[in-house]
Design a protein around this ligand. Structure first.
Ligand code: AKG
Length: 265
């Protein structure tokens, strides 16, 4: 990507909370696709696959597996992702937080509801970015969507699992507004994507994605990064993803072997 394009992306990312990086990871698509097949046959203990009641195709998800499969590791360590993360976040450093693998098989009926990522996580980060890397073509009507600017609302909405259950028991925070029935009230952004394109977005921006009502697979890996000043955050329950063996105190600097700083090396 040339300097002018990158400057425009940084501006959009700061203003809207989201931007599109065309073709940024094309060279890592084949490896990541291979890793998905390996991962599906050897899921981690964090795997969460939704099998809809309608008997339709599955929605495979796994987390925190980037260092276990060569194709994922290459995408994280060998691609320009760490440096792009630092540039987008306007940070002098970039640290990998985790990955989230999302495979909506052909005909999968699970809609990813509107949500923000930050209340699910054990990290508080003013500088954050997820790269939603497409490994299949996804047309505009089935792609991930964002409410532009919602990262700046100063809100933290109630986190719920994708099946609609609350993540934290007794959580009294506000529920996400009914965006689908009031779409004209929001500036909703989304792009048709090709394999190797990435949508980069902040942990605080509202987003959701359609079901996969097509005969094609929708394979994605979402890689999460944080920048300068990130700290651990204690939440009122088990975070998603969960790190049951990790001991940390609220407000401590976010670091450790699970979360290596990859920019600068
Ligand atoms: O791809 C999807 O269905 C949702 C992805 C998502 O919510 C994320 O990457 O944070």
């Amino acid at each position: 990507m040339n300097q002018a394009d990158m400057s425009r992306c940084v501006e959009e990312f700061q203003r809207d909370g989201v931007t599109l990086l065309r073709g940024a990871f094309s060279d890592w698509v084949d490896g990541a696709r291979r890793a998905i097949e390996e991962n599906k046959s050897k899921p981690s203990w964090r795997e969460r696959t939704y099998r809809p009641d309608d008997g339709g195709a599955a929605f495979f998800q796994d987390y925190c597996v980037w260092s276990q499969f060569d194709g994922y590791r290459a995408l994280v360590e060998d691609s320009p992702m760490a440096e792009l993360a630092a540039q987008l976040m306007q940070s002098s450093s970039a640290r990998i937080f985790h990955d989230h693998v999302l495979v909506k098989e052909p005909g999968n009926s699970v809609v990813t509801p509107w949500h923000q990522d930050k209340p699910y996580y054990l990290v508080d980060a003013e500088r954050s970015v997820s790269f939603w890397v497409a490994l299949d073509p996804v047309p505009r009507d089935r792609t991930i969507e964002y409410v532009a600017g919602s990262h700046s609302w100063g809100k933290s909405f109630k986190p719920q699992r994708f099946d609609g259950t609350d993540l934290y028991e007794g959580d009294s925070s506000d529920v996400v507004p009914d965006i689908d029935n009031n779409r004209d009230d929001y500036n909703i952004l989304g792009w048709a994507v090709e394999p190797g394109d990435a949508v980069a977005f902040q942990f605080g921006v509202l987003h959701g994605a359609a079901a996969n009502s097509s005969p094609d697979r929708r394979r994605v890996i979402s890689l999460r990064w944080v920048g300068d000043g990130a700290t651990f955050a204690k939440r009122p329950g088990k975070t998603s993803p969960a790190f049951p063996d990790l001991h940390y105190s609220d407000g401590a600097p976010f670091e450790g072997a699970d979360f290596p700083q990859l920019y600068p090396r």
